[in-house]
Design a binder for this molecule. Sequence first.
Ligand SMILES: [Zn+2]
Length: 284
Amino acid sequence: MMQIHSRPVAFAQADAGHAGSGADFEVRCSACKAAHKRSELFPRRYICPDCGAYVRIPARDRILLLADEGSFAELDETLTSTDFLHFPEYQSKLEKAKQTTGEQCAAVSGVMQMQGNPCAVFAMDSRFVMASMGSAVGEKITRLFEYATENRLPVLGVLCSGGARMQEGIVSLMQMAKCSGAVRRHSDAGLLYIALLTDPTTGGMTASVAMEGDITLAEPKTLIGFAGRRVIEQTTGAELPEGFQTSEFLLDHGFVDQILPRESQRDTIALLLRQHQKEIVPDG
Ligand SMILES: [Zn+2]
């Protein structure tokens, strides 16, 4: 039986250059709609003090909650999307997202240690155009897998996405194939990829990197799906079962390996990393 020790979470004074983490911004609980400050939410792993629901965690804080203190080193920090199709209102949407989050992209990536185990990591930020997968997100994830392959590192992906970024048209759809190729090359090199699905993981992300992990973990009561429930019901004319597209339903049907509450995520993922560490075989 696995022993899970929960560690107290220190309030991380993150990189002050990022308004998304350095400043004491507010995050709204999607269940009870109450707004809370980051300083209150971070030590509680973003569990709503009012209703106990899981508040969506900003990408950078997600990584800080999992990483050994001071071990996270970011990669491709300046990668960002441009409005190459001149899609109505996209430019202002991007600027607003950058301002709100302090990030340049919906994905934050880098390398970190988890209880002394090195791994590459990326996390998605739902506040940034609903963590949709555009050219910058796809490029960042691809580069991270390539970096991990080159440096023989496992990858932890903390997923969350509203789907493909329609403002980038076909280019956003191409990211699914591009990322999947990089995941495949990482896998062919015998390296581990753990996906942690968080609310909501949908659309193009589910159709690619979110479902390509060697081990697929999910948070409780997480929405995971491709198309929305209403769209499927209207298209198929069929009534869908209760709890359809929740992490619990997907666990029952074999798409998810384990549901992890926030208290045990760090210990369990670190244990998985340790168990899958490649043994170093000495020459001769
Ligand atoms: Zn709440």
